[in-house]
Structures are given as structure tokens and as C-alpha cells.
Design a protein around this ligand. Sequence first.
Ligand code: THU
Length: 144
Amino acid sequence: MSDDGSDAATAGAVDWAALRAAAAEARANAYAPYSRFSVGAALLAVDGRVFRGSNVENASYGLSLCAERAAVAAAVTAGARRFVALALVTGASPPATPCGACRQVLSELPPSFAIRCFGADGDTVDTTVEALLPRAFSRGALDR
Ligand code: THU
């Protein structure tokens, strides 16, 4: 972690090819019979562990779970709460970025970390949690 309390300094050392491969493997396991839009996520924790998530849809459509939130749940369940990077893989062109609900959930686990979205044809979008959801609603608002 750097002096400003962020883990951004370590993001430069991210093996994005490996993280993309992990997300692609997760995407291959996606359960998306309704939308046919498969998504895979791989979340790199500061301790080097990688947590995967795929979207899991449901016949009651609104219960569908996004890949990013599945990865966060896997990570937190395993005791990881600090992250360096997230790789997101879809078949979209241009690459899809995390939905609003996932942005809010990702912002719960500071500091902001790097996100690389991979789409069809090898296109990528580089962003961060902070850039995706500036001025997010946070626990600080609950201190009243
Ligand atoms: N989906 C994700 O997994 N992550 C996102 O950030 C956006 C959408 C999933 C939900 C649903 O299963 C499918 O993509 C189509 O919306």
C-alpha cells in the first residue's frame, strides 16, 4: 500500500493477461440462458489471490446476479477485502463496463482499484472504481 492509503501503486504490476484468462474461464461458466449475455469477472486481492465470478440468471429475471458481485461475494467469503484490480470479460463491442449496481458494490471496498474491461475483438476499456462512480453513496453518509 502506498502512503496515500491506496493500493494503486501495485496496480502497475498486475498480470492482466492472467487476470483476463481467469475472467474468461469464469465467463465460460456463466449461467445466462435468458439474456445469452455471458459475463466473467476476476478480482485480484492485495495478497495475490484471484476471485472469480460469473453471472447467474434466474427464471425470476430480477434475481439475476452479475459477475462482478459474484466475484466480490467469493472474495469476501474467503476473507479478502482489499483489491488491486478487476478484469471483466464480455462479448460486447465496445467492451461493457460494470452496471450501476455493481459500481455501487465495488465502491464499498476502498480504496479505488483498476478495472480493465475486455470485449469482443480484443478491445479494452481501462477505468477505476472511482471513475465509474464518483461521489458514491458510502458508509460515511450513515454517520449522522
Ligand atoms: N451483467 C453482469 O454480469 N455484469 C454487469 O455489469 C452488467 C450485466 C449480466 C446480468 C445479466 O445476466 C446479463 O449480464 C444481461 O444483463
